[in-house]
Structure formats: structure tokens, C-alpha cells
Ligand binder design. Structure first.
Ligand code: SF4
Length: 347
């Protein structure tokens, strides 16, 4: 383990950039970790190398993308410190990430950890007592340094041992951004993301959908959590068909394509054959297409596709819908479903 190496939690926001740069400026090597789950920064999984190169070029920070989707999904079942205003378990989330980061220290040859947290910036997760809880529960007491507000917190091991010069650390507090922006200017950082955003667990609508996924397990099949389910849950229009079956409709071409990509073998995938329209997907439908009850449910789903599909001469009218499941496909002609039938099915 090197005394002169640290691991940083890296959200990609200005505070985490500054924390890494401040420690680098003291001659310490920093490996920044970017945690990715279906709830935040999921898209980076498809462009890890490009992202890491971009961060290195823009900020001079070496970053590693860490995919922790399923483990994180488990955490959401019952976070010890509960949820924030929406479905965001911020305290447990930080404990989770720091615990993971601490376990990576030996491999990275790091002697301590850093974050861009600022005392008092967030009402719940950045209060003084909560910062202490996060340190304790993650096993990071004394080795977790928060450079932006370190002077307001007790000295940590790297400071005591002289690895980090405490005099060059800062005393930021609260929600203001002015001092961060001045510091960014000093480091020559002019391009950085706007604060907030990024974590859909804080979004009232999407957070609500995820909450319901966890509560009802309507979609999780035998209680099994799946990243693919969450990706699907964040798209389009969502319905519970009679019997609680989960159905999704794309709202534009991009969502239609995404739905096709996320479809499993067992799902029903519905498309209109003669007019443009949304792609529909029934997740884990109860029956195969050739069974009568499945047919009835399938007709309801097809009716929704036609309802939100392209009109003929300005009016909704019956249309042919193709339904695919695994290697099989069938077609049916259906009327658009009346709005009164499905208003209660939306969520
Ligand atoms: S906003 Fe989201 S990513 Fe950030 S600490 Fe809270 S739960 Fe975690």
C-alpha cells in the first residue's frame, strides 16, 4: 500500500472533480471510482473506455467505472437508514459505495479515501452526524477525507501522518456554489456538469414507479430483481393489465427501439403492421400466445397499441397488430381500446 495514493468517489459533478484535483495537487495519485447502476449513469456501461478517456482529457483524473447494479438493487429492498423525499436511500447509498471503495483499496495500493461531500450541502446525507454514521458503517473511520470541508471535521489519518497537508484543505459548508466555482477557475476547469440530476431515485415520478416495483413485485418474477426490469421501467407508458400483468408502450422511435432491445424471449412484443405506432411489450406474460386466456390478454394489449398508434384519416380505427413471442408470431385485428377501459391501468 502506498501512502501517496487514494481512491476517490467520483460522481462526475464539480465537487467530486475538485476533491480529486485538490488531493492530486498535493502529489498524491488518485484513482476515481464511478459507480454505475440502472438508476444512475447506466448509459456509461456501453461507453466505458470513451468516458474514462474523456474524464482524463478534461480533468486529468483517472477514473474507473464500477458496475454494481444487482448488489445495489438488493440494497433498495430495505435500506437501514430509509429513504429521502423520494425513493433515494442516500445514506445507505454512500455507505454502500464507500464500503465497495474501501474493499478496492488494497488492489489499488491506496491508503485512504476521498469524497467531494460538503458539510451541510444536503439536508439529510451531509449533516455532521450523518457523515459520522457513513464513516462508521462503511468501515472508513479515520481514512475518509473530505477535502472540500476537511477543516470543519476532525483530522484524519492521512493528515496526521503528514501525507496530506491539512492547511491546504478547505472549509466549505452549505449549498452555495460560489466557492466551488472560484476553485474550479483556479484549477482551470471551465466545463463541468450542472449540479443535481443524474440519479433517477430522486425523481418523484420515476422513483414512484421503482417504489411500486419493489412493493408489488408485480414485475420481478419469483421475487427476483433484474436490472433489465429497471431499464424497462424507466421507459414509455406503463400499465398493469388485468391480473396485474406488466405492459409497456414506447412513446417515440428511440423508446420503441430500446424496448425491442430489452425484450426477453418469453415477452410478447407487439407492433402495428400497416401504420406507424408504439412498440408494446408484455413482460413475463402468463401464457403463451396460443392459449385462449393469453389471447384475451393479448387482445387488450394490442388494443392499447392501436389506441396510441397512428390514426387513419385523423381517426383511430381498427388495425392489424403483430405479436411476437420467442420464435413465434401471430397477427390479430383489433379496435383501439377506449380510454375509459385503461385509465386505471396506468402507473
Ligand atoms: S442521490 Fe442517488 S446516487 Fe446520490 S446519494 Fe442519493 S441515492 Fe445515491
Amino acid at each position: 500500500m502506498s501512502r501517496d495514493a487514494a481512491i476517490g468517489l467520483f460522481s462526475g459533478g464539480l465537487d467530486s472533480i475538485l476533491a480529486c484535483r485538490m488531493i492530486q495537487a498535493q502529489g498524491i495519485t488518485v484513482l476515481a471510482l464511478k459507480f454505475v447502476t440502472p438508476f444512475f449513469d447506466d448509459h456509461l456501461l456501453a461507453r466505458r473506455e470513451e468516458y474514462c478517456a474523456e474524464i482524463l482529457r478534461k480533468y486529468g483524473i483517472t477514473v474507473q467505472v464500477v458496475d454494481c447494479g444487482l448488489e445495489y438493487m438488493e440494497l433498495l429492498k430495505n435500506p437501514k437508514y430509509g429513504f429521502g423525499k423520494n425513493f433515494n436511500p442516500c445514506v445507505d447509498c454512500k455507505i454502500f459505495m464507500l464500503t465497495r471503495a474501501r474493499k478496492m483499496m488494497a488492489d489499488a495500493g491506496a491508503a485512504f479515501l476521498i469524497t467531494g461531500e460538503v458539510l451541510g450541502q444536503r439536508p439529510m446525507s451531509q449533516r455532521r452526524d450523518t457523515l459520522r454514521v457513513i464513516e462508521r458503517e462503511s468501515g472508513c473511520e479515520d481514512i475518509l477525507l473530505r477535502p472540500l470541508c476537511a477543516k470543519r471535521l476532525p483530522e484524519t489519518k492521512p493528515e496526521r501522518e503528514g501525507v496530506v497537508d491539512r492547511e491546504r484543505l478547505l472549509d466549505f459548508t452549505g449549498r452555495g456554489r460560489r466557492r466551488q466555482m472560484e476553485l474550479a477557475e483556479e484549477f482551470g476547469i471551465r466545463e463541468y456538469p450542472a449540479p443535481a440530476g443524474g440519479c433517477i431515485l430522486t425523481d418523484p415520478n420515476l422513483g414512484g414507479r421503482i417504489d411500486r416495483y419493489y412493493r408489488d413485485r408485480f414485475a420481478s418474477g419469483n421475487g427476483r430483481l433484474r436490472e433489465n426490469d429497471i431499464r424497462l421501467l424507466l421507459l414509455g407508458r406503463q400499465f398493469h393489465l388485468p391480473g396485474g400483468h406488466w405492459f409497456i408502450l414506447g412513446r417515440n422511435q428511440q423508446e420503441n427501439d430500446r424496448i425491442q432491445t430489452l425484450a426477453d424471449e418469453e415477452d410478447w412484443v407487439l407492433t402495428m403492421t400497416e401504420r406507424p405506432g408504439p412498440t408494446g411489450l408484455a413482460r413475463r406474460p402468463p401464457l403463451s400466445l396460443d392459449q385462449p386466456a393469453g389471447d384475451e390478454l393479448c387482445r387488450l394489449a394490442a388494443g392499447l397499441v392501436v389506441r396510441f398508434g397512428g390514426k387513419k384519416e385523423g381517426r383511430g380505427s381498427r388495425a392489424e397488430v403483430r405479436v411476437r413471442q420467442a420464435g413465434n408470431a401471430s397477427k390479430m385485428i383489433v379496435e383501439p381500446l377506449e380510454d375509459s377501459r385503461f385509465l386505471d391501468w396506468r402507473f
